[in-house]
Write a protein that binds this ligand. Structure first.
Ligand SMILES: [Zn+2]
Ligand SMILES: [Zn+2]
Length: 341
């Protein structure tokens, strides 16, 4: 039986499992509106997850066929995976920020070989060793392509209220974890009258016990040098200023005192950047920096795919340090190395 939690004021959460993932589940929120229930995120695209979603909705007295709309915090498959199936069952609209909508469109159209070429060039430029690159060149560890993610049919416009009959839900653009991540601010009094301003559906942006992955925004068609970590830190301050009475995240559990969680995360990242500067006393490629950074296990034990994610995170930190003027690229180095200034 799917675990359903009633948060009061016409908001419930369902635990939709993510198969073979330490996160365990996505919290899918069901928000009652005058036109029927609206979901905030939908969960992983898997038969067992679909059953959990349908069971949970039944426990709320509704069903996938009655969903009026789907609001997506960001395009990741543990959030957007079941959106297409919900739309098929109900005719619901799917709303997403344009930047993540563009990623979905690209995922549906980029051919896998182009993607492999792009990734191996990127990893080579980051200083990845030959043994890491070789499988990409032969096109080997290619994940089995799943069903194409659903194209959104509505755009979430930052700062605007979503059209949710009878509710006030405002989109807060919080790029960083993805370029089009949004939090949704339910601008209504907290049902238990907790102090603060409404409730915030925070997606993966603000979680009570874990920090979201911040890597580069991968785009084969765009050479813009972005600063995802800078975006993320700015976005954290933005949601801190909202001072919501309660945060309803997409993983783990609901919590209060958003401001102190924001401060914790800002301090965590500041400490991490300072720690990286001491590693950058010697010139390092992004790959070498990733090897020396602290992860949840020793580098030798990090599996292949997770190393790509780790290098992307190392590069996001380097971009931030360069932008702050605290590190710079060593002129003429190839692959490029970085040093503390
Ligand atoms: Zn995510
Ligand atoms: Zn997630």
């Amino acid at each position: 039986m799917t675990q359903v939690h009633d948060h009061g004021g016409g908001v419930r959460s369902l635990r939709v499992p993510i198969p073979d993932n330490p996160l365990g589940h996505t919290l899918v929120y069901v928000v009652d509106t005058d036109r029927g229930p609206v979901l905030v995120d939908t969960g992983w695209d898997d038969p067992a997850s679909w059953d959990a979603l349908a069971d949970g909705l039944a426990a709320c007295g509704t069903s996938p066929g009655e969903i009026h709309g789907v609001v997506i915090t960001h395009h990741h498959p543990d959030h957007h995976g079941l959106s297409g199936a919900v739309r098929e069952a109900s005719g619901a609209w799917i709303a997403m920020h344009a930047a993540d909508g563009a990623i979905v469109r690209r995922a549906r159209s980029t051919n896998p070989d182009r993607w492999l070429t792009y990734m191996s060039a990127k990893l080579e430029a980051a200083g990845a060793p030959e043994e890491h690159l070789a499988p990409l060149r032969t096109g080997l560890p290619r994940s089995v392509p799943g069903l194409a993610p659903a194209l959104p049919d509505r755009e979430i416009v930052p700062g605007e209220l979503l059209t949710l009959p009878g509710r006030r839900l405002r989109a807060i653009w919080t790029p960083g974890h993805t370029p089009g991540h949004v939090c949704l601010h339910l601008e209504e009094e907290h049902p238990a009258r907790l102090p603060g301003h409404g409730r915030l559906f925070s997606g993966d942006h603000l979680l009570p016990g874990i920090t979201p992955h911040i890597g580069l925004y991968e785009d084969p068609d765009d050479a813009t040098v972005t600063d995802p970590l800078g975006d993320y830190l700015d976005s954290l301050e933005r949601v801190g200023r909202l001072a919501p009475a309660e945060v309803l995240p997409a993983h783990q559990h609901a919590f209060t005192d958003a401001a102190s969680r924001v401060r914790e995360l800002l301090t965590h990242h500041e400490d991490r950047l300072t720690g990286l500067l001491s590693l950058l006393a010697d010139p390092l490629t992004p790959w070498q920096l990733a090897e020396r950074m602290e992860w949840n296990r020793p580098w030798e034990q990090i599996p292949y795919g997770s190393r790509n994610i780790a290098v992307s995170e190392a590069e996001a930190h380097l971009r931030r340090l360069v932008k702050l003027g605290r590190a710079e690229a060593v002129a003429g180095s190839e692959p490029v190395t970085y040093m503390a200034v």
